[in-house]
Write a protein that binds this ligand. Structure first.
Ligand code: PAJ
Length: 297
């Protein structure tokens, strides 16, 4: 595996690969790599000649009171993990390399897709994500880019900017990798002490209970929210911030569940914010297969 820290060196290397007609798969990350990231890299490895991963903690997507400075960073461990997962080229630029002027005057502006769900609680977050991803897609011209369903709204936003801005890349959505007790793997899980870690698993359990309720006939978002809240009453150490039902493509909130929808939310355990989602499917509406889940291995 080769590591590049400049856009120019990476672009030069990739241009050579593409001249030889080799296909490129790209996995953007913020590092502190875990099995969720690794599953994306393995998938990219299986489907492309060349695999590129990036590690960049993007200041543009953090709010002023969020954890940009303390976000876990472990470049050495990450390089090891990425190489093992079959990554050929690792791009780990510094902030000055990605934002040489210190600030940025051009940003991707999103419509409602960036303002519902997570966007309501983290203003500017999806614009920051979309802007850095657009930059990265230019630096790494790829045939396929890989994103996790763990961040279902982010995946929907990426699909939308690729369609709206004619970015010539296929977006591949990959299943959420979970711990055996259901907790979705996340770099931020490193913030949880052992007791908080145990509490955290109540969140996915509540989402799974709601998913079961939908399969059993619950058809309203209010009913689903009630199931989640009732489940979490037993866990006073976990504070639910929101949970809602969303259209899987537009991420518009839905009051009725017909066919496929995403049940997504956020919860705090102490100061740590967890986000998670599951696909729910009612018998009413289309027969699209359920979103698959994967166990960490
Ligand atoms: P990060 O949180 O590092 O996640 C990088 C990719 O890994 C995302 O596509 C995310 O959905 C996926 N991922 C994270 N946890 C996962 C899990 N448990 N199972 C499957 N996939 C998982 O998402 C970002 O970084 C940033 O916003 C980024 C897109 C890199 C832009 O800065």
């Amino acid at each position: 595996m080769e590591t590049h820290i400049t856009k120019r060196a990476l672009a030069a290397h990739l241009a050579g690969e593409r001249r030889q007609g080799r296909t490129v798969g790209f996995v953007p990350t913020m590092g502190a790599l875990h099995e969720g990231h690794v599953s994306l890299m393995r998938r990219a490895r299986a489907e492309n000649d060349v695999v590129v991963a990036s590690i960049f903690v993007n200041p543009l997507q953090f709010g002023p009171t969020e954890d940009f400075t303390r976000y876990p960073r472990d470049l050495e461990g990450d390089a090891h993990r990425a190489a093992e997962a079959g990554v050929d080229l690792l791009f780990s630029p510094g902030v000055e390399e990605m934002y040489p002027a210190g600030t940025i005057a051009t940003r991707v502006e999103l419509g409602p897709i960036g303002e519902t769900g997570e966007g309501r609680w983290r203003p500017g977050f999806f614009s920051g994500v979309a802007t850095v991803c657009l930059k990265l897609f230019h630096v790494v011209p790829a045939d396929r880019v890989y994103f996790g369903q763990k961040d279902a709204q982010q995946l929907a936003v990426i699909r939308r900017i690729v369609a709206d801005l004619d970015i010539p890349v296929d977006v591949v959505g990959c299943p959420t990798v979970r711990e055996p007790d259901g907790l979705a793997l996340s770099s931020r899980n490193a913030y949880l002490d052992p007791q908080a870690r145990r509490t955290a698993s109540a969140f996915p359990r509540a989402l799974f209970a709601a998913r079961d309720a939908v399969a059993a006939g619950e058809g309203s978002a209010a009913g689903v929210r009630w199931v989640v809240e009732a489940h979490l009453e037993r866990e006073p150490a976990l504070r639910l911030q929101y949970v809602d039902v969303f259209d899987p493509v537009s991420f518009a909130p839905r009051e009725r569940i017909e066919g496929r929808a995403i049940l997504a939310g956020a919860a705090f355990v102490g100061g740590t914010r967890l986000i998670d989602n599951v696909e729910v499917a009612s018998q009413i509406g289309s027969h699209v297969p359920e979103q698959k889940e994967m166990a960490a291995g």
